[in-house]
Design a protein around this ligand. Structure first.
Ligand SMILES: NC(=O)c1ccc[n+]([C@@H]2O[C@H](COP(=O)([O-])OP(=O)(O)OC[C@H]3O[C@@H](n4cnc5c(N)ncnc54)[C@H](O)[C@@H]3O)[C@@H](O)[C@H]2O)c1
Length: 459
């Protein structure tokens, strides 16, 4: 998706908004949520790595009057750390009074109340409930992927997506390949020009080395330990097939124009077996079948010393297309002749073969898709253009969760049964007093799904 991001002045904004309001019958407040103010007050909920990055991007757009107004994090030191980094980069735009630094698990409510645009970057388990609160409060939203960890969470996001539309809210989901030029151009080649013919199969990969681990702190409750170490717990993360591989699975849904109808797969823990690594697998392999019989094979792995790849490829009746987020995307016919090659804008575009080395060089002066997400969102708010990624965010998250359900159970599962599943990993309300949904046994081990064995509820 590529949306015009021409900067709009305050005067143009009011003019555009007034015209739109007159033609649609919406009130200014309904249509823009920043009416009567030169500012867009941004609130950050979840001040970790991605939240800090997203806030930096929100403050780096060309729109006037964007300020960081309030922040919330489960842990004070995370909120303070993010603020200190953001102040170093955006001294004037970080306008967060100490009274608007909220810590604990319900600080999100206060950020939502006091801001126009909220950034939802906590662990994904919380996302449906934070999204619900933001939509109910009528706020514009940037939310990171994945948007849930279980089917009830997906249904919540789908329901709130419709209400977001009714309220004319703008929503961007952090599946940044959808905002990246090489993918947008590749999709045009496939869909509009038909360079590889009809897609008959696909492969998507996120095979990498692994992820951080955060030790339990002295005196820390089991609940707060799990929240801090969220990656390893299904109720907070949804497993790495959901947290990370969703990017590649989303590309499959995007290029195929919808979700799979069934999935079956296998997975487990081979290298990352220590009890402290919670519940998640270190590898998943899933065979997704789409409505027209097209199969997409998905691999994701957190292991070292093995084959690594993060990319997607599709085979069509006339050729194959290879996609990678470095920008080195290309297509070949079935004889191996190159029929299309993505050329980034700028210097790298003209560089002879072999000279444009490295990620940055290959991207040339193409815009950073993480920045484009925020440029697009704020332009849509200022210009009152429709923008709601929550539908495809929910569909691709459900597809990733479906893959996890398939690998955990070892069964073949259908789309409707997984979407309607009542198995809820994430409690709807989590306070400091909530019992964590999973607990360690006497050996410190958490429940891990064993395919084919009863004991883990799947659907
Ligand atoms: N699009 C991308 O490329 C990309 C990259 C990295 C992360 N992400 C996504 O961003 C999200 C955050 O990931 P991260 O890497 O920043 O993790 P992180 O652990 O660095 O940050 C998460 C933050 O949320 C805080 N938090 C936890 N529960 C909270 C709650 N209930 N209320 C308020 N704060 C809470 C944590 O204390 C932490 O500071 C994840 O969904 C992840 O999948 C996306």
């Amino acid at each position: 998706m590529s949306i015009e991001t021409t900067p709009t002045t305050r005067r143009q904004f009011i003019g555009t908004t007034a015209a739109t309001v007159a033609s649609t019958g919406l009130t200014v407040a309904q249509s823009a949520n920043v009416a009567g103010s030169d500012k867009i007050k941004v609130g950050l909920i979840g001040c970790g790595g991605r939240g800090s990055g997203a806030a930096n991007q929100a403050l780096s757009t060309k729109q006037e009057g964007v300020v960081l107004h309030a922040v919330a994090d489960a842990f004070k030191e995370k909120a303070d750390g993010a603020l200190s980094n953001l102040r170093a980069k955006h001294a004037e735009k970080v306008q967060v009074d100490d009274s608007r630094i909220f810590t604990g698990l319900d600080g999100y409510k206060k950020v939502i109340d006091s801001c126009d645009l909220v950034i939802l970057t906590t662990p994904p388990g919380f996302r449906p409930y934070h999204f619900e609160a933001a939509v109910n409060a009528g706020k514009n939203i940037f939310m990171e992927k994945p948007v849930a960890v279980d089917s009830p969470g997906i249904r919540k996001v789908q329901e709130m997506a419709k209400i977001a539309d009714e309220k004319n809210l703008k929503v961007v989901v952090g599946l940044q390949r959808r905002y990246q030029n090489c993918y947008i151009e590749a999709l045009k080649e496939v869909k509009e020009k038909g360079i590889i013919g009809d897609i008959v199969s696909g492969q998507v990969y996120w095979n990498g080395g692994g992820i951080w681990f955060r030790d339990k702190q002295p005196g820390q409750s089991e609940l707060m330990y799990q929240i801090n170490n969220w990656y390893f717990f299904t109720w907070l993360c949804g497993d790495h097939i959901n947290e990370q591989h969703i990017h590649n699975i989303d590309v499959a849904n995007w290029f195929l124009g919808g979700h799979p109808i069934s999935a079956q797969g296998m997975g487990g823990r081979e290298q990352r077996t220590d009890a402290k690594f919670g519940q998640i697998y270190d590898h998943h392999y899933v065979e997704y079948t789409y409505a027209n019989g097209v199969r997409v094979n998905s691999q994701c792995r957190h292991q070292s010393g093995v084959y690594n790849a993060v990319r997607e490829e599709f085979t069509g009746t006339k050729g194959k297309i290879y996609l990678i987020n470095s920008g080195a995307c290309y297509a070949v016919d079935h004889k191996g002749n190159t029929i299309w090659k993505y050329r980034p804008s700028g210097e790298a575009a003209g560089a002879p073969e072999g000279e444009a080395k490295g990620k940055k060089a290959r991207r040339g002066s193409d815009p950073d898709p993480y920045q484009v997400e925020h440029d697009t969102l704020q332009a849509a708010i200022r210009e009152n253009k429709p923008l709601n990624n929550a539908y495809y965010g929910a569909e691709s998250t459900m597809t990733s969760i479906m893959g996890r359900m398939a690998t955990y159970s070892g069964k073949e599962l259908k789309w409707d049964e997984v979407l309607n599943s009542k198995v809820q990993h994430m409690p709807a309300i989590v306070t400091a007093e909530t019992e964590p949904p999973v607990k360690p046994d006497a050996n410190g081990a958490y429940p891990v799904a064993i395919p084919g064995k009863p004991g883990v509820e799947i659907v």
